[in-house]
Design a protein around this ligand. Structure first.
Ligand SMILES: [Zn+2]
Length: 284
C-alpha cells in the first residue's frame, strides 16, 4: 500500500514538474518594437506579465499606425505612456490614444509649455494630459518596476528652459540582463552629461537620440554604450536631412548593426526567459 502511495506521489511530482516546465516554456517573451511611424518616435513594450508600455506616440498624422498595431496585438489597456518630451513628433498621438484605449499612466519630462508661442497643440496637450490625475513628470534617479522589467530614468536631472531636445527623458529598460537605452530626442550635450556621471551606459540596443541628427551619437558615447544594435527612428526623405551622413559613417566604423524604421519597418526585439535576444524586422 505504501509502495503504491509512493509511486503515486512520485508520479504526481513528475507530472507537476512537466506542467511547471511547460509553464516556464510558455512564458511570453519580453518585446520591444520600434514602430515605423514616419516622422517621430513610438516604441511598443510588452512585458511577459502582460503590461503594455509605450515610449512616445508618433505625430498626429501617423498615430493611426500605433492604434492599428496595438489592435493587432489585442491591446485594450496601455499601462503607461512615457512621452520623452512634448514635441509634436513624440506627443502628437497621445490624443488619439487617450480616446481609443484605457491609459493608466502618462509620464513626461515636465517641460514647461506655457512659455511656448501660442500654438494650439501645446495648449491641447496641457489641457488633455497634464490635467490627468495619473499624469506625472519624471526625473533622473526614478525607477519604475513592472515584474522583472525595470524602467530607470537617467535624464533629465534638471530642465534647461530653452533646449527641449536636451531635456528629453532618457530611459534605460532592463529585462533578464538585456538593456535597451532609449534616448528620445537627446543630443550630444545630453550624452556628454550622461558620460560625466559615473553611470554604466552599456546597452544591447540603443535608440539614438534626435533621429540621428548630426549632433548625436558622439564617438565617446558610442564607445561607452557599446551597443550591438542602434535604431534610428526617422522618415524617408526627412526635410531636415536626418539621419546625418556623418552619424551613419560613425556607426559603420564602429561596426554596429544600424536599423532604420523607414527602411526596415517595425523593428522588434524579443528577450526570452533565459535572456536570449532575437531581432525581428520587416513587420508592418
Ligand atoms: Zn523628434
Amino acid at each position: 500500500m505504501w509502495h503504491g502511495f509512493t509511486v503515486r506521489v512520485v508520479s504526481l511530482i513528475i507530472l507537476l514538474g512537466l506542467v511547471c516546465t511547460r509553464a516556464v516554456l510558455a512564458v511570453p517573451p519580453f518585446e520591444v518594437t520600434f514602430l515605423d511611424v514616419g516622422e517621430g518616435d513610438a516604441i511598443y513594450i510588452r512585458t511577459p506579465q502582460g503590461k503594455t508600455l509605450l515610449v512616445d506616440t508618433a505625430n498626429p498624422a501617423t498615430a493611426g499606425r500605433i492604434v492599428k498595431f496595438l489592435r493587432s496585438r489585442g491591446v485594450e489597456t496601455i499601462h503607461a505612456v512615457f512621452i520623452t518630451h512634448p514635441h509634436p513628433d513624440h506627443m502628437g498621438g497621445i490624443f488619439q490614444l487617450l480616446s481609443t484605449f484605457k491609459v493608466e499612466r502618462v509620464y513626461d519630462n515636465g517641460q514647461p509649455i506655457e512659455e511656448m508661442p501660442r500654438c494650439d497643440i501645446y495648449r491641447w496637450y496641457v489641457e488633455s494630459v497634464r490635467t490627468l490625475d495619473h499624469y506625472r513628470a519624471l526625473r533622473s534617479g526614478q525607477t519604475i518596476i513592472y515584474g522583472d522589467t525595470k524602467v530607470e530614468v537617467l535624464w533629465p536631472q534638471r530642465l534647461n528652459p530653452s533646449e527641449w531636445n536636451h531635456n528629453s527623458l532618457v530611459l534605460r529598460l532592463t529585462h533578464r540582463g538585456r538593456v535597451f537605452l532609449l534616448m528620445g530626442d537627446a543630443l550630444a550635450s545630453t550624452e556628454a552629461e550622461l558620460l560625466r556621471r559615473e553611470l554604466s551606459l552599456k546597452a544591447d540596443v540603443l535608440k539614438a537620440g534626435h533621429h540621428g541628427s548630426v549632433d548625436t551619437l558622439s564617438k565617446e558615447f558610442l564607445q561607452r554604450v557599446s551597443p550591438s544594435f542602434v535604431v534610428l527612428s526617422v522618415n524617408r526623405d526627412n526635410p531636415r536631412g536626418y539621419p546625418a551622413r556623418d552619424v551613419l559613417e560613425r556607426l559603420d566604423r564602429a561596426g554596429v548593426t544600424t536599423l532604420v524604421t523607414h527602411e526596415d519597418g517595425n523593428i522588434g526585439f524579443l528577450v526570452d526567459s533565459s535572456g536570449g535576444l532575437r531581432l525581428m524586422v520587416g513587420q508592418r
